[in-house]
Design a protein around this ligand. Structure first.
Ligand code: FAD
Length: 438
């Protein structure tokens, strides 16, 4: 079958561009045979490959990706490995408290798997266990922080409020009226993490990059084809986020949602002293449609905001340029002392959401497995679900695996013609509601 939804990533990902040049990619060529094939080398595919290789050291595993590893959503994200899901802010949260505790347990297991790999292989990715700060720049944002703490109280999770002065001491800027710190999040350089995870995979994993799979045959043996080669395996794991829809699964159930980020050039010594504050920090918005902002140890500032609807699953160039203008406004609102500092990179990447927040996990048909749809917290969730799907393939059993196997599945979204009309209106309304938090 021909795959009709294919990923296209531009080369503007600042996280990857500021790393040293990559060695040449190994591309899929000729006719290759493996025991297992994994499509997609983001957090999910990398964790699945690592775990399967550990459990089946005598088997050959192929991990195939359309692009360079680190240039995917995994390496384009904002680099917060979050324990609490985003819907912690939802009004219905209290009704779902037991389920939410389970979600957090899964996310923390994902964080732990990442930490273990980083420590074992000394992966240099600026991994910092510093939690996250939700920053409020408006009174409405402050109200949202207070509502947020009601849910944290229900969970029994700790948090600390930071007043305006404390926020200024951290960030150097006057924008934030208040912050709410929760300790259970790690921050890192995501492209460095993804590359490091890839470079330290066990020896029985062969990684193919720049190998876009355009055809799949679900016969007794699964056959994947790219323009330059093919690969046959007994079992297949789909770890390719919303693009699994192109492989014929859950086509009407996933919502691809591009979001965008910009990174400044390196600040000069004078600009750094005008800014002040700590050397590196990260702020998540109080309003879900506000701006994520990070100061990087490389002396650059990152701004992420804007969600767009893209039925083709990929960010578009027009959206990227539009997002860059929005980023510029958000940057100037926060950093008036850096008004001469331009963005060096602006990029987009696609999240995979489901309407009801449920994931896709398990055996979709004989010997075709999948772990997809991590609803915006894919660093931690993709990692644990990748690890767990490998355990299922290898016939292992665990409590977390049972949780994932019994988790609900995504419901069907509204028909595409309705989404095309409704989604942009809905997103514009939410941006308006975010106001100055954007
Ligand atoms: C700007 C931005 C900021 C974000 N911030 C955060 C954050 O701070 N914290 C967080 O947890 N999450 C964040 N996310 C979400 C996070 O990036 C995703 O949830 C995560 O990357 C999902 O991991 P994954 O491995 O499932 O999929 P992906 O990282 O999307 O990897 C899927 C891979 O499949 C490959 N693929 C698809 N189709 C094919 C094909 N036909 N042939 C070969 N390869 C194929 C793709 O090339 C891709 O590499 C952010 C996302 C973006 C875009």
């Amino acid at each position: 079958m021909e795959i009709n939804i294919l990923p296209h990533n531009d080369n503007n990902n600042g996280w990857l561009r500021i790393l040293p040049d990559l060695p040449e990619a190994k591309v899929l060529t000729g006719e290759q045979t493996f025991d297992y094939a994994i499509v997609g080398a983001g957090y999910t595919g990398l964790a699945a490959a690592r775990r399967l290789a550990e459990l089946r050291p005598d088997k050959a595993i192929a991990l195939v990706d359309a692009g360079r590893i680190g240039n995917n959503a995994a390496g384009r994200c904002s680099g917060f490995a979050i324990d609490q899901a985003h819907n912690i802010r939802a009004k219905s949260f209290a009704d779902e408290i037991e389920n939410e505790k389970t979600q957090i347990r899964l996310n923390r297991a994902g964080q732990e798997a990442l930490r273990a790999a980083i420590e074992q292989h000394a992966i240099d990715c600026d991994w910092q266990s510093i939690g996250k700060i939700h920053g409020a720049g408006t009174e409405k944002g402050q109200q949202l922080l207070r509502e947020f703490t009601k849910n944290l109280d229900l969970l029994g999770d700790t948090y600390t409020f930071l007043n305006k002065k404390e926020m200024r001491d951290i960030t150097g800027i006057d924008f934030y009226r208040e912050g709410l710190h929760t300790p259970g999040t790690m921050q890192m350089q995501p492209a460095a993490l993804v590359r490091g995870l890839c470079q330290t995979l066990p020896e029985n994993v062969t990684v193919y990059e720049n190998s876009l799979i355009t055809n799949v045959d679900y016969g007794d043996h699964k056959r994947l084809e790219s323009s330059s080669g093919s690969l046959t395996s007994k079992s297949l794991i789909l770890a390719n986020n919303s693009f699994a829809a192109g492989f014929g699964f859950y086509q009407k159930h996933v919502i691809p949602l591009p979001t965008y980020a910009s990174m400044t050039r390196e600040l000069t010594a004078d600009e750094l002293s005008a800014l002040g504050g700590e050397r590196s920090w990260g702020i998540i918005p109080a309003h879900p449609f506000g701006s994520t902002v990070r100061r990087l140890k490389e002396n650059r500032i990152l701004v992420r905001n804007i969600y767009a609807y893209s039925p083709g699953h990929n960010p578009t160039e027009a959206q990227r340029l539009w997002a860059r203008k929005k980023h510029r406004n958000s940057f100037l609102n926060r950093f008036p002392m850096l008004k001469n500092v331009e963005f060096e990179y602006t990029w987009g990447g696609t999240l995979c959401l489901s309407e009801n927040g449920n994931p896709i996990f398990g055996e979709l048909q004989k010997d075709v497995f999948a772990s997809l749809c991590h609803n915006g917290v894919g660093i931690a969730r993709g990692t644990i679900c990748g690890k767990l799907i490998a355990e299922q393939v290898a016939g292992q059993d665990s409590e977390l695996l049972t949780i994932m196997q019994n988790a609900g599945r995504p419901n069907k979204t509204k028909p595409q013609w309705m989404m095309r009309i409704g989604a942009p209106i809905n997103l514009a309304n939410r941006r308006r509601q975010a106001g100055l938090e954007l």
